[in-house]
Design a protein around this ligand. Structure first.
Ligand SMILES: Nc1ncnc2c1ncn2[C@@H]1O[C@H](COP(=O)(O)OP(=O)(O)OP(=O)(O)O)[C@@H](O)[C@H]1O
Ligand SMILES: [Mg+2]
Length: 315
């Protein structure tokens, strides 16, 4: 059973709030006019093509991007004033693997030392790191170099680092990328358990079907928020076209939307049933690639950027 949606949680407290946010990097505006509310206890999936701003959105919530306009608050405090406390698991490919560090040391990085004058970890820190490694099933790997682990094991090690400080907010950048189907399932179930314990989770992913099956709330991003809602409302051909600029057939399986592979154009045209199910002729895809420039949430958008603003990200 999926968790209550943010709409059912109207009575609970917002933990994250973005209000008309324009954010990016010093020479690049990535996100425009983003309004977002995440309630305490939510479990949210963020979808979007490469370069659409998923990582930038997580980093904006952490106060780690340039905020051109708007407000970002976490637990009611502006991120421009206070760096929010959150467990963060970065995208694995952004990590410098030449750094010689063991799995246990990576996890201990998640525990802040008591004082700069005593920059070593206590016995309790080490015990908590061991407990977390055990919980994630990789305690036997604790003395290994992190770069010598498989992708799934590395994901777990970084998850352990994020969890060892007992955060109530977890931001995960593609936590299921590059892992086999069993590990992916285990990671998703682990995240569900954590969410049931009250941890608010935001995760980015390219795996639309995984989040459609596991998550109660999705956000589609492409430089702005294209759509958000429960998978049954968000995973449809129109939203996917506007998010990814590609035609993706959506089928229903046991009441859940699933994105199917689009057959090769020739076989697509041959089979009558396949053609009936096709959203449109692949020959028309070039025109359909254009993104719609209206928000499904009906926001007209505040203050469009002037010509002297930062350059926009590549399309
Ligand atoms: N540190 C940075 N400095 C400048 N530009 C950046 C930086 N990080 C990302 N970008 C640019 O910002 C845009 C959005 O990148 P982002 O990493 O948020 O995309 P993404 O949706 O996470 O993509 P992916 O699915 O490939 O991880 C891209 O055009 C990218 O080149
Ligand atoms: Mg990313």
């Amino acid at each position: 059973m999926l968790h209550p949606t943010p709409h059912e949680r109207r009575g609970s407290t917002p933990i994250i709030r973005l209000d008309a946010v324009h954010a990016g990097y010093s020479a690049l505006l990535v996100l425009e006019n983003v309004d977002l509310t995440v309630m305490a206890g939510d479990f949210v999936g963020i979808l979007g093509p490469s370069g659409s701003g998923k990582t930038t959105l997580l980093r904006t919530i952490l106060g780690a991007t340039r905020l051109y306009q708007g407000d970002v608050t976490v637990r009611g405090a502006s991120t421009t004033r206070r760096i929010p406390r959150a467990g963060y698991v970065p995208q694995l490919e952004t990590i410098d693997w030449t750094f010689p560090v063991t799995v246990e040391e990576v996890v201990l990085m998640g525990r802040t030392t008591k004082s700069p004058l005593m920059p070593w970890h206590s016995g309790e820190d080490r015990r908590m790191a061991r407990d977390m490694l055990e919980r994630l099933g990789i305690d036997h790997l604790r003395k290994r170099q992190i770069s010598h682990l498989s992708g799934g094991q590395q994901q777990r090690a970084f998850l352990a680092r994020a969890l060892v400080s007992s955060p109530d907010l977890l931001l995960l950048d593609e936590p299921t990328r590059g892992v086999d189907i069993k590990t992916r399932d285990e990671v998703m179930h682990l995240l569900h358990d954590l969410n049931h314990q009250g941890i608010t989770i935001l995760m980015t992913t390219h795996e639309i079907n995984t989040v459609a099956v596991h998550l109660p709330w999705l956000i589609c991003v492409n430089g702005r928020i294209i759509a958000e809602g429960p998978p049954a409302e968000v995973i449809n051909e129109d939203v996917l076209l506007r998010t990814y600029g590609a035609v993706m057939p959506v089928i229903e399986y046991h009441g859940m939307p699933l994105v199917a592979e689009r057959p090769h154009a020739a076989s697509f045209r041959r089979g009558a049933s396949a053609t009936e199910g096709a959203p449109n002729d692949p020959g028309t895809m070039t025109e359909r690639h254009e993104h719609g420039n209206h928000s499904p949430r009906g926001r007209s958008g505040r203050a469009a950027h002037g010509t002297d603003g930062p350059p926009h990200r590549d399309a």
